[in-house]
Design a protein around this ligand. Structure first.
Ligand SMILES: Nc1ncnc2c1ncn2[C@@H]1O[C@H](COP(=O)(O)OP(=O)(O)OP(=O)(O)O)[C@@H](O)[C@H]1O
Length: 253
């Protein structure tokens, strides 16, 4: 996925401008930056949920050349804070919530097929949420709901997964599970894009995009020392990076 001269609008205001981003195919890219930098707005624009100008391409094809339904199958999106939102009503069960992820695969007014049911079961099991399937979404804890919404994301079976703060509400074991899910998805050739505030986890991604005040600050490999320097500068020298085993950790400075 690429953007060229991308400007993103909220109402009349340009929130992001002149973004030329290269999101490597089949890799994990993390978007990081201070509060209000425009990370969620970027993800929403890529998901087709905000007005934008410029170019967004997938495999060199402009996104506007895709039929709406094809694009819905190609890109799945997890909203920031959706675990706390009241968007889906009181009574929808976890199972039916996840089934919504299958809509791009279903015909108008068609009942879910056997394939849809198999996909929902697999996604709920993968997200460790199968035991929650009969519970209304509203009655689940934040972390339980987040796992159901991650299952909904998985069940779209899209090539590109856009995730805004996917670790929100997840306890450490489920954060570790999340890393394993990322590995599984990458081994299937998926392109993953996450907005993360947890810098040590963002550094597990292959590629980092840093935003600041609606502009690109830096993009590069997460292992590259230049990327690390840019990251420290992004947070005004208020973090330092240390290697712990194979991983990098960010400490307040
Ligand atoms: N609904 C809205 N209407 C107008 N401006 C908005 C709206 N939502 C966000 N903004 C503004 O757009 C800018 C980018 O917001 P965005 O949510 O994309 O930032 P972010 O980097 O994801 O921030 P955070 O880390 O705090 O989640 C901010 O200045 C924010 O105040």
């Amino acid at each position: 996925m690429k953007t060229r001269q991308l400007t993103v609008f909220r109402g009349p205001c340009a929130i992001l401008s002149d973004l030329n981003l290269d999101i490597p195919h089949g890799k994990w890219t993390s978007i990081i930056g201070p509060n209000g930098a425009g990370k969620s707005s970027l993800l929403q624009a890529m998901a087709g949920l905000l007005k934008w100008d410029g170019f967004i391409t997938i495999n060199e094809l402009h996104v506007s050349s895709f039929a709406r339904k094809d694009l819905a199958k190609k890109i799945a999106w997890l909203d920031q804070g959706s675990a706390s939102a009241d968007e889906l009503g009181d009574s929808l069960s976890a199972y039916d919530t996840v089934m919504l992820g299958r809509l791009p695969h279903q015909g108008w007014l068609h009942l879910p097929s056997e394939v849809d049911h198999i996909s929902v079961k697999k996604a709920l099991q993968q997200a460790d949420a199968w035991h929650l399937r009969h519970r209304p979404l509203q009655q689940l804890s934040g972390g339980e709901r987040q796992r159901v919404l991650l299952a909904r994301l998985f069940t779209v079976e899209s090539d590109i997964l856009l995730m805004d703060e996917p670790l929100a509400y997840l306890d450490p074991p489920h954060q570790a599970d999340f890393l394993q899910w990322q590995g599984n998805l990458l081994s299937q050739g998926k392109t993953l894009v996450t907005v993360l505030h947890e810098i040590h986890l963002a550094l597990r991604a292959d590629h980092l995009i840093m935003l600041d005040k609606g502009k690109l600050h830096f993009q590069g490999s997460s292992q590259d020392p230049k990327t690390h320097q840019a990251l420290i500068a992004l947070f005004n020298g208020r973090i330092r990076l240390e290697k712990l085993g194979d991983d990098w950790v960010a400490l307040p400075h």
